[in-house]
Design a protein around this ligand. Structure first.
Ligand code: NAD
Length: 378
């Protein structure tokens, strides 16, 4: 079975889909592994690193697209490449299927079986292939580091002969995978940390990391069976803003990570709240790529509003590209291994499996994932 790995072409993307260590694992499974030349360049892996573990280096992307039974990459495929893929080929990557309707349609028409890694269920068995978690975890870490780099203060308390330095205050909005890692990182660096999430189950997790949970009574809030937050009413958003205003005003660093699965991120910090913050404070809007939690944040820029710096860097895991690539690559490797039949040395696209049921968006010329179809109907 031919597995092709394609070099990332998205401007500024330095993460690589497959590192040599995972390439070796796939070769050992019995796959014929074809790697596009310079695939590892963003993380300083050379073509020799891949050939040394048994992969074949291929310079023609067209050949790879036409020959592959399985195509692995990180970002979604460019629309113009879909027609080059074989009918029946399996394509595995991020797909952003809720926003990329034309691309999904093209994959469907081409008879490609497209796996969207974002749609892998958040189940125990699928954790090892969960790219949302592996990348959000690193994003949460780096958000604290980037926030600190724009601050004029340090995080920890220090007792010095010149006097005692008070610890900085960090407020985290949204406590999923990224938020938990941001709390843990800020705590490790000595900050006093507060956090809020609309899912009440999170309170215990916040406390277990030594942070304070900000309590806001929003009435009924919920989560889906996969643990995703449900959308608040406009009245609840207003209550939330009022409840968070004090924590924001007192914070030296605010990190927002709130996301709604398949929808635009909620707008939670407005200009009025920003104007109540101390000049010199910093906000990191981790949701900037999906619409932004913070009014005025700009993708890939640091803007200043009322003396408050708002960081809107996209692709945060890409700021630690090597670690992020190792994690993403391990997720991909685990996905392939999980469905690999050792006897036949073939990848089995098991349509009865819950992971495939969630993540397989197009198959044999039709839409497949019921979860995807249901969300698109709404
Ligand atoms: P996410 O990226 O979808 O959202 C980030 C956080 O924003 C969530 O905690 C969400 O509740 C929160 N949020 C949404 N609206 C908000 C608002 N108005 N104010 C404040 N916070 C708001 O979340 P995620 O990190 O992808 O995690 C989603 C779920 O999946 C969680 O329940 C998590 O525990 C679960 N999960 C399970 C597994 C597993 O079992 N394999 C792995 C990873 C995550």
């Amino acid at each position: 079975m031919k597995i092709a790995v394609l070099k990332e072409t998205h401007p500024g993307e330095t993460r690589v889909p497959l590192v040599p260590a995972t390439a070796e694992k796939l070769v050992k499974l019995g796959a014929e592994l074809l790697v596009e030349a310079e695939t590892g360049a963003g993380c300083r892996f050379t073509d020799d690193h891949y050939s040394a573990v048994g992969a074949r280096i291929e310079t023609s992307r067209e050949t790879l697209l036409r020959e592959a039974d399985i195509i692995l990459r990180l970002r979604k495929p460019p629309l113009e490449e879909v027609a080059l893929m074989r009918q029946g080929a399996i394509h595995v990557s991020y797909l952003d299927p809720f926003n990329e309707l034309e691309l999904v349609d093209a994959l469907q028409q081409a008879g490609v079986s497209a796996i969207s890694l974002e749609m892998i269920p958040r189940s125990t068995i699928a954790q090892k292939m969960d790219v949302l978690s592996s990348q959000a975890n690193l994003g949460g870490y780096i958000s604290v580091i980037l926030g600190i780099s724009e601050m004029q203060k340090i995080l920890p308390m220090m007792t010095t002969p010149a006097g005692t330095i008070k610890p900085a205050k960090v407020f985290i909005i949204g406590v999923g995978v990224a938020g938990l890692q941001a709390i843990a990182t800020a705590k490790r660096l000595g900050a006093r940390v507060e956090a809020f999430d609309t899912r009440p189950v999170v309170e215990e997790q916040v406390k277990s990391l030594g942070a304070k949970f900000v309590k806001i009574d929003l009435g009924e809030t919920g989560q889906t069976k996969d643990g995703y937050a449900t959308q608040l009413t406009p009245e609840q958003v207003q209550l939330q803003k009022e409840g968070m205003a004090k924590a924001c005003a007192q914070a030296d660093l605010v990190i927002t990570t709130a996301q709604l699965f398949g929808r635009k991120a909620p707008r939670l910090v407005d200009q009025a709240m920003i104007s109540q913050m101390r000049p010199g404070s910093v906000i990191v809007d981790m949701a900037v790529e999906s619409g932004g939690n913070v009014e005025g944040s700009v993708l890939d820029e640091v803007v200043e509003i009322a003396g408050v710096k708002i960081i809107g860097w996209g692709n945060l895991p890409g700021k630690v590209a090597l670690t992020a690539s190792e994690m993403y690559s391990a997720n991909l490797g685990n996905f392939i291994t999980h469905f690999w039949d050792k006897d036949t040395q073939q990848f089995q696209l098991n349509l009865e499996d819950d992971i495939i049921k969630g993540a397989l968006i197009t198959h044999q010329g039709a839409l497949f994932s019921e979860m995807y179809k249901n969300i698109m109907k709404k």
